[in-house]
Write a protein that binds this ligand. Structure first.
Ligand SMILES: [Zn+2]
Ligand SMILES: [Zn+2]
Ligand SMILES: [Zn+2]
Length: 84
């Protein structure tokens, strides 16, 4: 299956990769992959792969912290604890 190369930030504390943008697409050149350039447009097969494979991570910067989503979840958990 095809894969996308994504530029992004690696958050070192939680290990999450935050994608900023897709910079390239690697075409697998398979007629059974709907994302591929060689896949026939009128193909009606249900066997074909529709999704991209895992992103090829192009790490443009590393931050020694948790990602915003993890920070947010931690805040929410702390707030829930305060209420009880
Ligand atoms: Zn493909
Ligand atoms: Zn197909
Ligand atoms: Zn995270």
């Amino acid at each position: 299956m095809c894969q996308r190369k994504a530029a992004g930030t690696l958050w070192l504390t939680c290990g999450h990769f935050q994608r900023h943008m897709v910079t390239a697409v690697y075409d697998c050149m398979s007629v059974k992959c709907e994302q591929s350039y060689v896949h026939p447009k009128d193909c009606r097969s249900r066997e074909c792969i529709r999704v991209y494979g895992p992103d090829v991570q192009d790490i443009i910067d590393r931050v020694n912290d948790k990602c915003l989503q993890c920070q947010w979840q931690e805040q929410k958990a702390a707030q829930a604890q305060n209420k009880s």
